[in-house]
Design a protein around this ligand. Structure first.
Ligand SMILES: [Zn+2]
Ligand SMILES: [Zn+2]
Length: 158
């Protein structure tokens, strides 16, 4: 048994290819990835997770077990594509708290970068991976507001 929380994502940027993705731990040394495609009409604001839509609105479902190497390769490829695509047509915005540019999600419309929303609202943080002064996952540039610095306990005055 593994009690690690699954990661659940909603994909709704391209309506006719919308749905849900879940990653979780089921089998040892493997990552379970499950995806559901959802009828565009059913993927409305009330459909926060696959259990919120009727069975007939689920148009497809697949479940794969990725070994750790494959999971890492998938992660790397997603990072690369995100970096390329965000440089070309990114949906970047400025964080209201620290001022850093970051990659926002149309789905959540957040005005806080993952770093600030983590420290201010206890949201899951990005596992930052810096390259050329910015996180290549979320775009955060390492800026820290005074308020967040206090929460972190990293104020310079100390
Ligand atoms: Zn921020
Ligand atoms: Zn990051």
């Amino acid at each position: 048994m593994n009690d690690t929380e699954p990661t659940r994502l909603r994909c709704d940027g391209i309506q006719y290819r919308g749905g849900f993705i879940e990653t979780r731990l089921v089998h040892a040394k493997h990552i379970n990835l499950e995806a559901w495609s959802i009828d565009p009409d059913a993927l409305n604001a009330n459909a926060k997770w696959v259990t919120d839509v009727s069975d007939s609105a689920v148009t497809g479902n697949v479940e794969l077990e990725l070994d750790l190497r494959t999971a890492m390769d998938l992660t790397e490829s997603l990072h690369e594509f995100v970096a390329i695509e965000s440089a070309a047509n990114g949906t970047e915005t400025n964080c209201d708290e620290c001022g850093s540019r970051f990659l926002s999600s149309l789905a959540t419309m957040s005005s806080l970068c993952p770093e600030c929303s983590h420290y201010l609202y206890n949201k899951p943080n990005c596992a930052h991976s810096f390259r050329d002064g910015r996180c290549r996952r979320c775009g955060w540039d390492g800026s820290v507001s005074e308020c967040v610095a206090t929460i972190k306990g990293t104020t310079k005055s100390g």
